[in-house]
Design a protein. Structure first.
Length: 185
């Protein structure tokens, strides 16, 4: 099953760490977890805090233990097709979380959401249109559905993961609509 995943982090520095994670399955089920920093995770950037609005004090008060969050992720997400809109960043924080509790670096792997959406749209349109027209239709649909999000990213993990799912659903719906129109002509 497809899963849309997003992290928020302490900063964008090399030593940054995950402070929030959320995932949403293609069927709409989702979870969100604030992550209490592991021992040794000391990086903190006030500018990042101003963007996501999560304070270090809030993480200490409300965050779940990092090892419990990592275990929950492995339990819930193993064997699923994981996607993130910024997989290089999200994979960095995913791997930091997994490694902090002894899981192999790539126990869970992320793929790029946009590429998955493009493949799914192309699969719906394939066979109905010439290859060149499929490529152009995929580009057009992706361009149209990029605007599904109302405004900029929320910079909170759950709303951002939900927005990625909504973008996928909108692209699939548009491809299906175009496919039905094409097959009637």
């Amino acid at each position: 099953m497809k899963v849309f995943l997003d992290f928020e982090a302490s900063s964008l520095a090399k030593c940054s760490y995950p402070i929030e994670v959320a995932w949403v399955f293609e069927d709409g089920r989702g979870e969100s977890h604030l992550i209490r920093p592991a021992p040794g995770w000391t990086d903190w950037d006030a500018e990042a805090e101003a963007i996501h609005g999560i304070s270090l004090a809030q993480l200490q008060r409300e965050g779940e233990l990092h090892d419990a969050v990592a275990a929950r992720m492995v339990e819930q997400l193993s064997g699923h097709d994981l996607h993130a809109s910024a997989p290089s960043w999200d994979a960095k924080w995913l791997n930091a979380l997994l490694r902090s509790v002894g899981f192999p670096k790539h126990h869970l792997r992320l793929r790029k959401t946009g590429e998955m959406i493009a493949r799914d749209v192309a699969a719906i349109l394939a066979g109905l249109l010439p290859v060149e027209e499929v490529r152009e239709a995929v580009r057009a649909i992706l361009s149209e559905t990029d605007s599904v999000r109302d405004g900029p990213p929320a910079h909170r993990a759950l709303p951002d993961a939900q927005a990625d799912r909504q973008r996928w659903l909108a692209a699939i719906a548009e491809a299906t609509r175009r496919s039905a129109s094409s097959s009637r002509t």
